[in-house]
Design a protein around this ligand. Structure first.
Ligand code: ZN
Length: 228
């Protein structure tokens, strides 16, 4: 399956950055650590989704069938605009190329199985289409990265209603930390963790995923992907 995904800006202006890898942080909101019955880690817990996980939040979401529950995790997404390699914190803000909202889709049952035997999570987090992202806002549309509301409504009910003020590691030190391990290239995307309220999606569900009052995406077409 190829997704034909490319980055877009919400205002329709050309983006031109290539779709890259997605560097993610787990357990970055205390209340989500509680609901997952996980432990707070001393340093940010990082993982990567491949480019092939990227898909548009506005197109049909194709989810795997027969691998257990698929959970949504609503996360602020940062589009990297300039290379960051072992950078310091003041280097981060000028390198941010856009801000959007993403779903860190997770095969929750498979993740638990893999965790229980100490195996990596890639199959649970990195499958084709496991990272639907919105079009991006220009960075100047968000005045304070640590005061951004994130919400997800499923079938008319609010499931997630968080704020980036609740992050354990804020965006700027998080991205600087990531760049110590992984060079971030223009077109890479950083996912910043999910607040509490994660839950399952199945075909037929409809979602509204929103960031502040400036970005809102209705997801009305969730399907099982064909198994070919
Ligand atoms: Zn996540």
């Amino acid at each position: 399956m190829s997704t034909n995904y490319y980055h877009q800006f919400l205002d329709g202006s050309p983006c031109g950055l290539p779709a890259g890898k997605v560097v993610c942080v787990g357990l970055n909101y205390a209340a989500h650590i509680q609901e997952m019955a996980s432990q707070k880690s001393a340093e940010p817990m990082l993982f990567i989704k491949p480019t092939s996980a990227l898909t548009s939040l506005a197109s049909p979401l194709l989810i795997p069938q027969g691998l257990g529950s698929v959970h949504f995790e609503t996360e602020m997404a940062i589009l990297i605009g300039q290379e960051l390699n072992q950078c310091s914190e003041p280097d981060v803000l000028p390198a941010i190329g856009g801000i959007g909202i993403a779903l860190d889709l997770t095969l929750r049952d498979l993740q638990k199985q893999l965790r229980d035997v100490g195996h990596p999570w890639e199959k649970a987090k990195g499958w084709d289409g496991a990272c639907p992202v919105s079009a991006f806002l220009k960075p100047d549309k968000i005045t304070d990265l640590q005061n951004v509301s994130l919400s997800l409504e499923k079938n008319g009910d609010i499931q997630q209603d968080g704020n980036t003020a609740q992050m354990l590691t804020p965006v700027i030190p998080l991205i600087a930390y990531m760049s110590r391990f992984f060079t971030l290239h223009p077109g890479d995307v950083v996912l910043t963790g999910t607040p509490e309220g994660v839950g399952p999606i199945v075909p037929g569900d409809s979602l509204v995923v929103a960031l502040n009052d400036v970005l809102s995406v209705a997801v009305t077409d969730i399907r099982y992907r064909s198994s070919s």
